[in-house]
Design a protein around this ligand. Sequence first.
Ligand code: ZN
Length: 162
Amino acid sequence: MKGQYEVFVSKDDFKFNAAHFVAYPGFRERLHGHNYRVSVRVEGDRGPDGYVVDFGDIKTAARSVCGELNERVIVPMKSSSVEIRVEDGQVAMTCEDGSSFSLPEQDCVLLPIEHSSAEELAAYVCQRIVDSMDALHTRRLSVLEVSVAEALNQEARFRVDL
Ligand code: ZN
């Protein structure tokens, strides 16, 4: 029968606990945290082994990126409204409203994003999985989609065509 295969993986350990605040010109959230959860969806052709993709490859890639983000303060390095300086092992963030934070660099994760919204985090995690998962390039996969949930039933998704 003609159809399209899809694989979805969401595991209890696809999660990271992190602190953040979203800021844009004229607005800043207070620093707060979420127990983020990640899931991954792939579309593609079934290979000769019967799989679209090995679940293990997805699990390894997703757990790796979750580990990098876990128990960190997320710092959006491309922010247009937070001035960020990294020196002597400290990350200094100065906001438009005059508030400032200084945190040990080892407690932060510096990401190439503009805002630490669930949307931009989903795009970042998606990019990291694309970069780290060799199977994405050796199998005939067409779509990778990553969901990042800040809370139950509150999530953002980012999808790329491969
Ligand atoms: Zn938040």
